[in-house]
Write a protein that binds this ligand. Structure first.
Ligand SMILES: CCCCCCCCCCCCCCCCCCCCCC(=O)SCCNC(=O)CCNC(=O)[C@H](O)C(C)(C)COP(=O)(O)OP(=O)(O)OC[C@H]1O[C@@H](n2cnc3c(N)ncnc32)[C@H](O)[C@@H]1OP(=O)(O)O
Ligand SMILES: Cc1cc2nc3c(=O)[nH]c(=O)nc-3n(C[C@H](O)[C@H](O)[C@H](O)COP(=O)(O)OP(=O)(O)OC[C@H]3O[C@@H](n4cnc5c(N)ncnc54)[C@H](O)[C@@H]3O)c2cc1C
Length: 667
């Protein structure tokens, strides 16, 4: 008999097999929805299979047992093996295939090429002129040179206008002089800067004839191409261990009056003529395109991270037997407890929702770059900036929360690095900080919302973009029983009310004499609330749109269950906003809760299959608890036995320190 869940194999843990038999949809078909196409879903499986046949690509030891030095070496070793096999394993021009291959083989702990691919090359594509493409892009794409993105400094990351690294133009030699005037001006944090990169896109304050023109991107050679030694005038190194990404070499960088030619200002959009005349870009923030790109990709990337942690937690919850329900002679799977389901299922729905939403922002980003590079059209920038600022903040926050719940849902074993969840958590929550600290980015979206409310107030609602059109719509009560649209309307009401309240509060402070900045700061918490609500509304709407477009009926039906759970969970979470003015009734509140609990029951038989559909191979999962076959206990024991601490029965620490202490106590 053919099973709809393609993960079933002989010899697997019976409890997991039992779960997989209840799947109501084909997991291969669900994977097509998760990865956006039949081709990519299939290619992922083929690539994983091909990788499993190249033993050198496997981790030589479980990564949690490696120290930092070993992690960096192991990552680079695998990268070089991968380089030899690249063309046979993937279509190198297909980003989706590349991304999967690198995740599979390299894990998530960072490696020398991560920032090269994620920011250095994209910064060149977005910011370099055709002549600069000619000179640098081919070399970068072929990886003759390895680059990173060096913007953040020891003293400033969020407030780019106060970056202290200077790039002073000297017309006599037609050069820029890069300089680090203070300790706080040291570049600090850039991934792959410390030890791996020999080039960087450096963001520095452009100064011409004593006048500052603000941050601009320059391509800078840091190390000798033959010896890899830092060039004279460059100080560069690794910033030390971090919460995660310890296979990566985030670095520091200082310049001592380091000269680069005029042609090294990335000048697709702005340039400096030989005589020092500055030519402005068509949009003041166009130099930020590499950041907008990563933010646009973050929702899908983070959704997959959440899916990774949930695959581990859900599979383990189907294998872990503890406690009783009705029958006191048989213990049950912990997945049968309502609390366990409530802990994990809404996070599955969010993982799916974030991925779907991310596909939309990636499409919008690609369109923006096309418009900018073909005809200098930057009209989509402000909208995309506002949208991705909110999205990266909301998504990373909830993904962190979801992964932490996944850890707790695995009880004690979740706390062991055998689960791998702590690593996933460390990587995911880095996203709360990088590419714009979450609060700072929520406040960027808030600027957009306040401006939109002000437009409505001044009778210009017709100028609102489609994403904020609801800010002008009249309120009317909704009947939640009529389906997803009524949830959207309720959420619109809540989101609109918060945006309006925060704007009114802000304007009132100004009317009472506060400056704009002080009034803004006094309203900031309310403003971030408005941004979160707006973003959650957008996520909800994209989730609905995506489910509506699915054609495979069983897949659509399983997704509809997830969507219903999401709608009720989200609305319940923010209900107090609508309860406080009586817009939502307590009967409606009860309705939402009951819907939520019945969604949990509906999803229960498909839970394992919903996470199996992410199709993470055991290699990519790197989790003893989450393995596809579910043989948890023997593998945990084997994993523990492989700990370097267990190589000998008596450790030197015991003979040297513990024993003498005990002996002394006997005297
Ligand atoms: C391997 C092979 C794979 C191959 C496949 C490859 C596939 C790739 C897949 C990738 C998967 C991902 C995985 C990740 C991995 C981990 C990587 C980690 C990377 C981490 C990198 C970093 O971490 S790298 C540093 C980021 N560091 C920031 O992120 C600073 C935040 N800080 C700001 O970004 C600015 O400081 C901030 C706040 C905007 C204020 O900027 P500011 O002061 O200049 O501006 P103001 O606030 O005054 O605003 C004045 C007006 O400008 C408007 N505006 C501002 N920005 C705008 C903009 N961009 N576009 C339009 N409009 C903009 C604003 O909306 C206002 O508009 P209005 O006046 O109309 O209201
Ligand atoms: C894993 C990782 C990888 C990174 N990779 C890179 C890289 O490749 N290249 C690179 O250039 N950088 C990189 N960074 C740096 C990163 O982009 C910055 O750390 C980030 O932008 C936050 O800036 P900050 O550190 O200055 O935080 P701060 O701004 O100092 O934040 C501290 C606190 O101040 C608050 N705050 C700051 N400004 C405001 C404001 N205006 N209003 C309200 N609150 C405010 C924040 O909300 C936060 O609570 C990386 C960071 C990490 C963690």
């Amino acid at each position: 008999m053919a099973f709809l869940n393609k993960e079933i194999r002989d010899g697997d843990n019976q409890d997991l097999t039992e779960e997989r038999r209840t799947a109501t949809f084909d997991t291969d078909k669900m994977a097509e929805v998760i990865y956006g196409s039949e081709k990519l879903a299939r290619r992922r499986r083929e690539i994983s299979h091909a990788v499993s046949r190249i033993p050198e690509l496997a981790d030589s030891r479980p990564l949690p047992f490696l120290d930092r030095f070993e992690k960096v070496t192991e990552g680079t070793r695998k990268l070089s093996v991968l380089d030899r096999h690249l063309a046979e394993l993937i279509d190198v021009n297909d980003n989706g295939e590349a991304l999967h291959l690198y995740h599979e083989v390299m894990g998530m702990e960072g490696h020398p090429l991560a920032l090269h691919e994620v920011m250095f090359v994209p910064a060149l594509i977005g910011q370099a002129s055709d002549e600069q493409y000619e000179k640098w892009l081919g070399r970068a794409k072929r990886r003759e040179i390895i680059g990173c993105y060096a913007q953040t400094e020891l003293g400033h990351g969020s407030n780019l206008r106060k970056l202290e690294t200077t790039a002073t133009y000297t017309p006599s030699t037609q050069e820029f002089i890069l300089h680090t005037p203070t300790i706080t001006a040291l570049k600090w944090w850039p991934g792959a800067l410390g030890k791996s990169s020999n080039y960087a896109v450096v963001v520095a304050d452009l100064i011409i004839k004593d006048k500052s023109y603000g941050p601009h991107p320059f391509i800078v050679q840091l190390r000798d191409e033959k010896t890899h030694q830092p060039l004279p005038g460059i100080t560069v190194g690794d910033i030390g261990p971090k919460m995660a990404f310890n296979g990566g070499d985030n670095g520091y960088l200082g310049f001592d009056n380091f000269r680069i030619p005029r042609e090294n200002l990335l000048n697709r959009h702005s340039r400096v003529e030989a005589d020092g005349t500055y030519v402005r870009p068509p949009h003041a923030k166009i130099g930020h395109s590499a950041m907008i790109r990563v933010r646009s990709h973050m929702a899908t990337g983070q959704g997959w991270l959440l899916g990774h942690a949930l695959t581990i937690a859900i599979r383990y919850s189907a294998v872990r037997i503890q406690g009783f329900l009705e029958d006191k002679s048989h213990e049950v799977k912990v997945l049968d407890y309502q609390t366990q389901q409530h802990r994990l299922f809404p996070a599955i729905a969010r993982a799916y929702a974030f991925i779907f939403c991310g596909f939309e922002t990636i499409r919008l980003y690609d369109q923006l770059i096309l418009d900018m590079n073909s005809n200098g059209n930057t009209s989509g920038m402000a909208d995309l900036h506002a949208l991705t600022s909110g999205l990266k903040s909301v998504v990373t926050h909830f993904v962190g929360q979801g992964i932490e719940q996944a850890r707790m849902a695995c009880g004690g074993h979740g706390y062991s690095m055998a689960s791998y969840i702590s690593e996933i958590y460390g990587v995911a929550i880095g996203g709360c900080t990088y590419e714009g600290e979450n609060m700072v980015m929520l406040l960027q979206l808030a600027r957009y919302l306040v401006k939109s409310v002000e437009l409505v107030k001044s009778g210009k609602a017709n100028q609102l973009g489609p994403m904020v059109a609801y800010l002008a719509v009249a309120d009317h009560k909704v009947n939640l029983a009529t389906g997803p649209d009524s949830y959207v309307k309720m959420f619109q009401y809540i989101s609109k009310r918060q945006s309006w309240k925060a704007t009114e509060k802000f304007l009132k402070f100004m009317e009472n004499g506060d400056s704009r900045d002080v009034a803004w700061n006094k309203t900031a918490v309310e403003l971030t609330r408005a941004s979160r609500l707006h973003t959650r509304l957008y996520i909800m709407e994209t989730f609905i749109r995506r489910v509506e477009s699915v054609t495979d009926i069983p897949v659509k039906s399983a997704l509809t269950d997830l969507l219903n759970l999401h709608l009720n969970y989200e609305l319940l979470d923010v209900a107090s906003y609508a309860l406080e003015d009586g817009f939502m009734s307590s009967n409606q509140m009860d309705f939402i809760k009951n819907q939520l609990y019945s969604s949990l029951e509906k999803i229960r038989p498909n839970a394992v299959s919903l996470v199996d559909s992410f199709q993470f191979s055991d290699m990519q999962l790197r989790s003893v608890l989450g393995r596809r076959d579910g043989h948890v206990y023997q593998n945990l024991f084997d994993w523990a036995k492989s700990s370097p601490l267990n190589k000998t029965d008596v450790l030197p620490s015991v003979t040297q320190y513990l024993k003498p202490m005990m002996e002394k106590a006997k005297l």
